[in-house]
Design a protein around this ligand. Structure first.
Ligand code: SAM
Length: 231
């Protein structure tokens, strides 16, 4: 309660009475829908999440749950065929949400050991009635050096890194597909390195979509590019 009163006092000082008043409904909505408050997990952003982040790595931010579910439903796939791999899995928000779908396996690869430990703990804590996959595998390491397991893959990327790492990820993926031809889907949220995927000869673009909120003035909430392996 003291925290809330403190924030209210700060806002009154910085923004004045009327502006603070207009922000109250939005803050109540944020509070009521907060993912971690609901599920006892720790997936929010903190200042220390990005300390010592090497060049070419993007910082931590958990994917918005509603958007993730809209993306998953749009794919229209038999989930059980695929191993879901989140490259740059952070505190595991996407892994928890992916566990609502009956994927064959769910794997997260995260460079930052602290974030990966938090993801492992979140996977243990997350008790959602819609959770269908009990085991979530968390791997601490560089996504650019990760060799994916056998079988069909759904690779999820939420703006995790820049060009140099993306090039290595694509080259590993191409090798894996050459060694064992299989169906690969790449779902790329906020696709800042989209040009690299567009140019990859072993992938074909499926869709590119700008998602907007369904209500509240249809605000943009994320761009998503989907690719699949060329046959
Ligand atoms: C935008 S966050 C996405 C987190 C997670 N996918 C989610 O949506 O909840 C990007 C994450 O990628 C991680 N990352 C950046 N470069 C990486 C690399 N080379 N290998 C593995 N993880 C990396 C960052 O530490 C960060 O946690």
């Amino acid at each position: 309660m003291t925290g809330v009163l403190g924030r209210l006092r700060d806002s009154l000082r910085k923004r004045g009475f009327w502006r603070t008043l207009t922000l109250i409904p939005r803050n109540i909505l944020f509070f009521l829908t907060d993912f971690d408050r609901k599920y006892g997990t720790n997936t929010g952003m903190q200042a220390e999440d990005d300390t010592g982040l090497p060049q070419e790595h993007e910082g931590y931010e958990g994917a918005p749950p509603r958007l993730f579910h809209r993306i998953m439903h749009s794919l229209d796939i038999a989930y059980g065929r695929y191993t879901f791999i989140d490259l740059g899995s952070g505190k595991g928000r996407v892994l928890l949400l992916a566990a609502h779908y009956p994927f064959r396996r769910i794997i997260g690869v995260e460079y930052n050991a602290r974030l990966n430990d938090i993801a492992t703990e979140n996977a243990r804590l997350y008790q959602h009635p819609e959770r269908k996959v009990a085991k979530i595998e968390t791997v601490c390491g560089d996504a650019g050096a990760y060799e994916p397991p056998a079988g069909d893959l759904l690779i999820y990327l939420f703006n995790p890194f820049r060009a140099a790492i993306m090039e290595r990820v694509l080259s590993n993926l191409e090798n894996a597909m050459r060694t064992e031809p299989r169906e690969v889907l790449v779902v790329y949220q906020n696709p800042t390195q989209r040009k690299l995927l567009d140019a990859a000869p072993f992938l074909e673009p499926v869709t590119y979509h700008e998602y907007r909120t369904k209500r509240f003035r249809k605000m943009p909430i994320g761009r998503v590019a989907v690719y699949r392996s060329r046959t």
